[in-house]
Each structure stands twice: as structure tokens, then as C-alpha cells.
Design a protein around this ligand. Structure first.
Ligand code: NA7
Length: 539
């Protein structure tokens, strides 16, 4: 019998903790809960572990954090034995890593795959959560931990006529397991976000013709990806403890070199030299070229202009180069990292279609209609992003005290305390939830910090004989105000991106992640715990 089979035969039942999602958050939470001797179960919608890296299998998918940093640090044996092969790991390699972790720590026997959680309801009299999933699964648990990820609910624009389209339809965030063969086909990619920017160069190499439907041009920095230098890998492994600690002391939680100077305090030649060096080095470190790129519009414009010049230098057709050139804040939307993106637009089999002024009107049986033309395509790739950070939690019918629905509570603002808990929803935890640094840092260490905090809390509750914890309304109110206050100085909180929910029609525009920096945030969490879990009611 397969391991999956064994898990599937587990009866419905009562657990100390039910964890939703078997991505990096769910896997580590299970490991820690088990270490505390808790009866724990992970429920996962996919038929494999890996979360984001299970779903985002589109061509060219890679992490934009360097592989030596994008990994767990809770087990030194694990970080010593695993060998990343490239500077930026591919989706495939990261998924293999997640599977390795699941095997190495014998996690699979407590993971129920192929099961989607639909409801979670807090029963006040029993002090337990009832978690319902498809296939008739009903579980009860003292604690419910959501490890549902920040970018896991695909955004599928509701274009009229889509149902009539006769070609194949894909979403980058729901890519099929089997290889999609685009050889010689006419393919349309909708979107020019991070996923599209990674996928477009790969797809262009295969297709007969590629149409890229661009609504907003985006900034991207070359990855300069390469096989990992074995000497660097060995050095990093030898110094992992120090390097990980250094990363934790940086606002982004990622160790790259920060320049404390303002972009405006140095002469233009010096500025250009710094940008060029960062450009050559590659990756998101570009945005740390000067200290004020994300707080001062004039400083930001110097970086934006540098990238626009690069686009014009690479893209041969000046009209296409102009169309590809963004004029918004660089770093407002998450800075993309690419391999050969701008160069792809020099290919004769690639056309850039501007849908900024003439939006996509409809999808016809044969293709995409915009600006009075129909672009006939055999396949359509939606690289249209996600209902980020709150979308997946809101898609589950989560009910707290008094039957209050989370979706209703979050209708205007995703109220939370520390991005980890929600007042009115006792014993419920959101790993890398809204109001925490999550997407502004390195996700795996951010996950570990949350899981460790939750596990320490479980241990504390057991030691003190508590079985229930809830954030107070007052602590929650203050935290939401603090998140907004921390976000205010950043240019990011004033421009359109999925950080604000601006990509989803009708979604309230709230700058959702906590941008006060990793060390500040970690210290707050530590202090809250040290202070007897300040802001919480324990019973
Ligand atoms: P993103 O960054 O949200 O990008 C989605 C893209 O899809 C973006 O270019 C959108 O244009 C475009 N889009 C969305 N809806 C439409 C419609 N209706 N018409 C035309 N174009 C549309 O998602 P990604 O998956 O690329 O990346 C998400 C994160 O994953 C990324 O930031 C990394 O952290 C990893 P818009 O800009 O809204 O005009």
C-alpha cells in the first residue's frame, strides 16, 4: 500500500492540532507539533507536498531568493546534507527538497493528501475546532493552524467568452504535472508579473508564435543564474549558523549588501556605477543599491531610469522597448528576476500586445479580442497572479466565537494580532498571515520563526494547564494600526500591487504585510511571549 493510501485510511477523529497545508509551513509545523508529543494531522488539497512549489510548475519557475538562503535552518544535518545545484533553484529542485524533508522527518504518515478543507468552526462549549474537508472528512482539534501560503489562490480574470474558447487554458499557479508541449503552437500569455517574466523566455523558445498581453510593464533584473560554485556552497555550509544569524538581523531577512547611502547624495557617475554593479551581480539586491530607493520618489526614479535605459539598450525595436518600459515606482510591485526576458522581445516569433489602454475585451472561440483585433491562439496562459495573503483563508468558511465568519470580519481590513492570530478566533493560527513580514522577507525563515513561536506557545500552555488562547480585541486593534504606521513611509504602500490587494477587483486596498523589518518583528514576538503572552487571553 502506498504511503498516500495509509494516510487516506486514517479515520476521522480528534487531534491536538490540525494543520492546513503541506507546504514549507505545514511540514515544519507538523515536525514541531510531533516533537511536543502532540497528535497532529496535516490536510493538503494537492496530491503531494510542497505548497507553492507543487502548484507553480510553469516553465522557468524559480525562486527569486538564492538557493543557499531559501531553505530550512531548523536542522543543521538537513542543511549540511542537501546540495543546491544553482544560484537560484528551479521549482523542480525546491519540490524535490520539500519531498526530501517529508521523507527525512517521516512526515508523510500524518499528512492527508488530496483533501481540501472547506470549513473550520470553533465550538465554544467544547473549546475545539471542527474542521471539515471534502470527501466527508470531519476532524476536531484543540488548535487549528493555517499553513495555507500567501500566494495560493489563483486569480483568474473573468473574461467574457472564456467558456467558448476552444484552445487549452493554463494558469501559471495551477500548472499541470505532465509537460505541456507548446512546440510550433500559437500561444498567448496574459500578464507580465514575476511568473510571466520567468515563463515567457522559456515558452518563446518552443512556440510557433507567442503573444504577450501586457497591461502594466514591469521591472525585472537579470538573475545572472549559474551553477552553484562548490567552494561557495562549502563555505556557506561551514558558516551557516553565522550567515543565518546575520540575515535575521537585516530588515529583509535576506543577507545581501545594503548601501546606507542615499541615491541622491552621490554624483550621477557614482550612482550609475553602483547600479551597474548590482545589475551585473543580478537579482533583487538591486533595490538595496541605495538606502532610500523605496522611501524617496526622486531616489526611486534614478533606479527606474537606469532600468529603462537597460531595456532600450537590449530591445532592438524602440516602440517595443518603450512599451516594455515601466514608469511606476520600481519595487512597488515585487521586483522580478529574469533570465533573458528583455532579449525575448527581439525574437521574430514574439509579439507584445499592449492592453493598457484597450483592455482585453473578450475571449473568443479562437483567441483574444482586444483593440479591435483577434489574436488567434492554440493555448492561453494566464499569468494573472493570486488573490494574495487573504484569498485562501477567506475561501475557507472559517467561523470563530458566536459563529462569526472570518470573511466578514476581514471585509474591510484583515484584522489580526502579530499576523499570527485573530481576535474572536481562539486557538487559530495563521503562519505568515496578513500583518506579518512574510512576503517581504525570505519565506522559509519567516515560516520557521512563526512555527517556533506557535510551538513554544503550545509548550507554555501545556506547562501552565491552559487549553485556550485568544488575541484581545485591543491588542489586535493596536497591531493593525502599527502595521499601517510601519507601512506608511514606504512608497510601496501608496502604489498598486497585490501587497495592497489592488490586483483583485472589489478587494479592500490595505497594505497587508508588516514592513517594519524582520529584527523588529521578531523582537516584538519574543517580547510578547516573554511578557506572558501580552495581548492574549489565556484560559
Ligand atoms: P502578479 O505579479 O500579480 O502579476 C499578474 C500579472 O497579470 C500582472 O502583469 C497583471 O497586470 C496581469 N493581469 C491580471 N489581470 C489582468 C487582466 N484582466 N488583463 C490583463 N492583465 C492582467 O502575479 P505573478 O504570478 O506574476 O507573481 C506573483 C508573485 O509570485 C510575485 O510577486 C512573486 O512574489 C512570486 P497588472 O499589473 O495588474 O496591470
Amino acid at each position: 500500500m502506498s504511503i498516500k493510501g495509509i494516510v487516506r485510511t486514517m479515520p476521522n477523529g480528534n487531534f491536538d492540532v490540525v494543520i492546513v497545508g503541506a507546504g514549507f509551513a505545514g511540514l515544519y509545523m507538523l515536525h514541531r507539533a510531533r516533537g511536543l508529543g502532540m497528535r497532529a494531522l496535516v490536510i493538503e488539497a494537492a496530491d503531494g507536498v510542497g505548497g507553492t512549489w507543487y502548484w507553480n510548475r510553469y516553465p522557468g519557475a524559480r525562486c527569486d531568493v538564492e538557493s543557499l538562503q531559501y531553505s530550512y535552518q531548523f536542522s543543521d544535518a538537513l542543511q549540511q546534507e542537501w546540495d543546491w545545484t544553482e544560484r537560484y533553484a528551479t521549482q523542480d529542485e525546491i519540490l524535490r527538497y520539500a519531498n526530501h524533508v517529508a521523507d527525512r522527518f517521516d512526515l508523510r504518515r500524518d499528512i492527508r493528501l488530496d483533501t481540501r478543507v472547506t470549513r473550520a468552526k470553533f465550538d465554544e462549549s467544547a473549546g475545539k475546532w471542527t474542521i471539515e474537508a471534502d470527501k466527508g472528512t470531519t476532524l476536531t482539534a484543540t488548535f487549528c493552524v493555517m499553513g495555507t501560503g500567501c500566494l495560493s489562490t489563483a486569480n483568474m480574470p473573468n473574461f467574457s467568452g472564456l467558456a467558448d474558447y476552444r484552445g487549452a487554458v493554463y494558469h501559471t499557479g495551477r500548472w499541470p504535472r505532465e509537460k505541456v508541449d507548446f512546440t510550433g503552437k500559437r500561444v498567448g500569455v496574459i500578464g507580465t508579473g514575476s511568473s510571466a517574466i520567468q515563463a515567457i523566455p522559456e515558452i518563446a523558445r518552443e512556440v510557433g508564435h507567442l503573444y504577450v498581453f501586457q497591461r502594466t510593464p514591469n521591472y525585472t533584473i537579470p538573475a545572472n543564474n549559474a551553477p552553484l560554485d562548490p567552494a561557495l556552497r562549502a563555505r556557506t555550509k561551514a558558516n551557516y549558523a553565522t550567515l543565518r544569524q546575520e540575515a535575521k538581523e537585516l530588515p529583509s531577512g535576506v543577507y545581501y549588501e545594503f548601501n546606507p547611502k542615499s541615491a541622491l547624495e552621490v554624483p550621477p557617475e557614482e550612482r550609475r556605477r553602483v547600479y551597474e554593479a548590482r545589475w551585473q551581480d543580478g537579482g533583487t539586491t538591486f533595490i538595496a543599491a541605495f538606502s532610500d530607493l523605496i522611501t524617496n520618489e526622486a531616489a526611486n526614479e534614478t533606479a527606474a531610469e537606469f532600468v529603462r535605459e537597460k531595456i532600450h539598450a537590449v530591445v532592438k525595436d524602440p516602440k517595443t522597448a518603450a512599451l516594455l518600459s515601466p514608469h511606476n515606482i520600481i519595487g512597488c510591485k515585487r521586483l522580478c528576476v529574469d533570465t533573458g526576458y528583455w532579449e525575448t522581445f527581439n525574437r521574430p516569433n514574439v509579439s507584445l500586445i499592449d492592453v493598457s489602454t484597450a483592455p482585453i475585451e473578450r475571449i473568443t472561440a479562437k483567441g483574444v479580442q482586444t483593440g479591435g483585433s483577434i489574436y488567434e491562439v492554440d493555448a492561453l496562459v494566464f499569468a494573472t497572479g493570486f488573490d494574495a495573503m487573504t484569498g485562501t483563508l477567506n475561501a475557507i468558511d472559517i467561523r470563530g466565537r458566536g459563529g462569526k465568519r472570518l470573511r466578514d470580519k476581514w471585509a474591510a481590513v484583515p484584522h489580526n494580532y502579530l499576523g499570527l492570530t485573530i481576535s474572536g478566533f481562539p486557538n487559530l493560527f495563521t503562519i505568515t498571515g496578513p500583518g506579518s513580514p512574510s512576503v517581504f522577507t525570505n519565506m522559509i525563515p519567516a515560516i520557521e520563526q512563526h512555527v517556533d513561536w506557535i510551538a513554544d506557545l503550545f509548550a507554555h500552555m501545556r506547562a501552565k494547564g491552559f487549553s485556550r488562547i485568544e488575541a484581545s480585541a485591543d491588542a489586535e486593534k493596536k497591531w493593525v494600526a502599527h502595521v499601517a504606521e510601519a507601512g506608511a513611509p514606504s512608497l510601496r504602500s501608496h502604489c498598486d500591487s497585490w501587497y495592497l490587494g489592488a490586483n483583485i477587483e472589489g478587494k479592500p486596498r490595505i497594505f497587508t504585510p508588516y514592513i517594519g523589518g524582520v529584527p523588529v518583528y521578531a523582537k516584538i514576538c519574543e517580547d510578547v511571549a516573554a511578557d506572558g503572552y501580552r495581548g492574549f487571553e489565556l484560559a
